[in-house]
Write a protein that binds this ligand. Sequence first.
Ligand code: NAD
Length: 245
Amino acid sequence: MRMQGKGVIVTGGASGIGAAAVRRMVEEGARAVIADMNIEAGEALVRDLGEDKARFVRTDVTDQAQVEALFRQAEEFCGVDAVFNNAGIGHQAAAVETTDEEWGQVISINLTGVFRVAREAMRYMQGRGGSIVNCASILGHFGQSQTAPYTAAKGGVVNMTRTLALEGAPDGIRVNSISPGYVDTPLLDLLEQEVKDFLVSLHPVQRLGRPEEVANAALFLASDEASFITGADLPVDGGFLAGKS
Ligand SMILES: NC(=O)c1ccc[n+]([C@@H]2O[C@H](COP(=O)([O-])OP(=O)(O)OC[C@H]3O[C@@H](n4cnc5c(N)ncnc54)[C@H](O)[C@@H]3O)[C@@H](O)[C@H]2O)c1
């Protein structure tokens, strides 16, 4: 039981990679707080796992007051030993077609939201230690047409993670990121099937990732098994980035 007795927060924990991470953390002995906007899916996951193991806290990571309330509720339910900072949205449009509103929405969830949750986690973990795992993307490492705000946000997450790791180290707070390749979750629903087929062909392993495969990486970095790892980015991408460097 790699997370026995630990308390975790998973943002975006009601769906896809986040929901898989909640399941894996609980399987490994953690109690988990699911922080998400999707009330129906979040509460269904709690029913499935049991109210003693998981709690849903409706949270919009773009709202500082809600993030503070999340940590208060998590402290009461399970404490916060680890945070999987995973909430995010997709966006696809040419830069010349991208509005200020679209830019602002992607940045405020995928970058500022990650910062806001990490900052609150670091405030909570001061004097206690802990582990923060930020969800970046392979798109944080290279450019791709039609993804300007998304690549800006994810590139920001990768480099911000290094800075937070430096600041957290004296307090025993580890901060790492993971960079998934394309993973079969509702986030890809905005893509046409032929685009998905093309994406498969870009992965050396010739398939998309499964949410559980990313969840396992988040679990490892959140756990004490990764006790000497901080400031790192772990690709979980079927070899995608190996062909880009
Ligand atoms: N699926 C992929 O191919 C892929 C690839 C690389 C990175 N990622 C990243 O993985 C993370 C999880 O994505 P996923 O594929 O599981 O998608 P998903 O859509 O299945 O899950 C994302 C979750 O985030 C929640 N969310 C959205 N906005 C929120 C907000 N403001 N506050 C709180 N929760 C919010 C959604 O309600 C949803 O439950 C994201 O950060 C995404 O960018 C996904």
